[in-house]
Design a protein around this ligand. Structure first.
Ligand SMILES: [Zn+2]
Length: 394
């Protein structure tokens, strides 16, 4: 921590330096003109700061061309620090190791039983992190932070998983604290929908945008909201619980205790129940998507109906937040136009025309990697800039 007096010359310089670093960290690489535009700093200030960061080994500067003119692109140095992402899903555990230059150096996914205890889950994550760091050729003292994704809301005050989490044995556990103790590293935690939003913002279908919503439809339904380039969480951390918008007061009982929530019309277990009478048990959502793509009429109908219901939720979101883009993720997104077209129809029907006109609804481009890459992006977004500098100077 700096001990500068607020408003002093050196604390102002420090704040400017952090603004430049954050902009580059989130974008991967920017020209000096883009940094000036994005941070509101003058070209001369940006130029001075970039020179300083280059001398300390924190950034690398390369010649490039922007709009036919010569320009200099600034990106973080590959050894300015390592970030680790861990994604606990309903049925999988994924870990990735990357650097601040946005390169993924090692990545691994393994199936995980939903009934696994939290302790077992952490043990496996710890072993995977150690293995992947070794594979990437780094020791853990180069790691500036770990991003951790969990499939459920995190209580902002206690850091514990809420009771509506998808992993039944994990309620009341504070996964960030547990993992930080095991790994001896700072851990930043967020839910899977927020991480999917960050992943697509930094690496996927949302690159270059400031405002978007990422909607994940899998076992549950959640949204990650990006407002002005940052995740909007709300004071209690529950912003984006789009799955619990009420569509039918007399509808099926939801795991949140309400009735007729969006999730009870489009969550995987509800969709699978609709198809069990005709297709039998043992069905999975990826299999339903595959059958729909092969032309199975029942599966196509169920997916289209789900799309219409999701579109009702998206229309509400669109009216409230006016995002530029809605990115669909999760298993159902693999159905492509079979689900996207009905979503767009509902948005056209229920959103106010001016908000609907500006909105595009697209599939995510990262698939099942969105959350683990978002966990890397979470560290880039949350870690203090001083840590990056300290690593670069050590
Ligand atoms: Zn609900």
């Amino acid at each position: 921590m700096s001990t500068d007096t607020p408003g002093s010359q050196s604390s102002l310089h420090r704040a400017n330096l952090e603004r430049v670093l954050r902009a580059v960290r989130m974008a991967g690489s920017l020209t000096q003109a883009e940094i000036a535009r994005g941070t509101g700093l003058s070209a001369a200030t940006v130029s001075n700061i970039v020179r300083e960061l280059k001398e300390s080994g924190t950034v690398v500067v390369a010649d490039t061309s922007a709009g036919g003119r010569r320009a200099r692109s600034v990106s973080l140095s590959g050894d300015a620090g390592i970030v680790v992402g861990i994604d606990f899903g309903h049925t999988h555990l994924r870990v990735a190791v990357g650097n601040l230059a946005h390169r993924v150096l090692a990545e691994e996914s393994s199936p995980m039983d939903v009934d696994v205890s939290a302790a077992q889950g952490f043990e496996r994550a710890e072993a995977m992190v150690e293995r992947l760091l070794a594979e990437a050729g780094f020791r853990s003292d180069k790691v500036i932070g770990v991003g951790l994704g969990v499939p459920g809301p995190i209580d902002v005050e206690t850091g514990a998983l809420g009771s509506t989490a998808i992993l039944p044995g994990w309620t009341g556990i504070a996964p960030g604290r547990e993992l930080a103790e095991r790994l001896g590293l700072p851990v930043h935690v967020d839910n899977d929908a927020n991480l999917g939003a960050l992943g697509e913002l930094v690496w996927g279908a949302g690159r270059g945008l400031g405002d978007l919503a990422y909607i994940k439809v899998a076992s549950g339904v959640g949204a990650g909201l990006v407002v002005n380039g940052q995740i909007y969480r709300g004071p209690g951390g529950t912003a984006g619980e789009i799955g619990h918008i009420t569509l039918d007061e007399a509808g099926p009982v939801c795991r949140c205790g309400n009735r007729g929530c969006l999730e009870t019309f489009v969550g995987s277990r509800y969709l699978l129940n609709l198809l069990t009478p005709t297709l039998g048990t043992g069905l999975t959502l990826p299999r339903v998507v595959e059958l729909a793509q092969e032309g199975d009429l029942g599966c196509r109908r169920v997916i289209a109906d789900a799309g219409r219901q999701i579109g009702t939720g998206v229309a509400t979101l669109c009216n409230l937040l006016n995002p530029r883009r809605v990115i669909l993720g999760g298993d159902l997104a693999e159905a492509g136009e079979l689900v996207l077209a009905p979503i767009r129809d509902s948005v056209a029907r229920y959103a106010i025309p001016s908000a609907a006109r500006q909105l595009s609804v697209v599939p995510g481009t990262l698939g099942g990697r969105a959350e683990v890459l978002g966990a890397l992006a979470l560290v880039m977004s949350e870690a203090g800039d001083s840590s990056a500098l300290a690593v670069a100077r050590s």
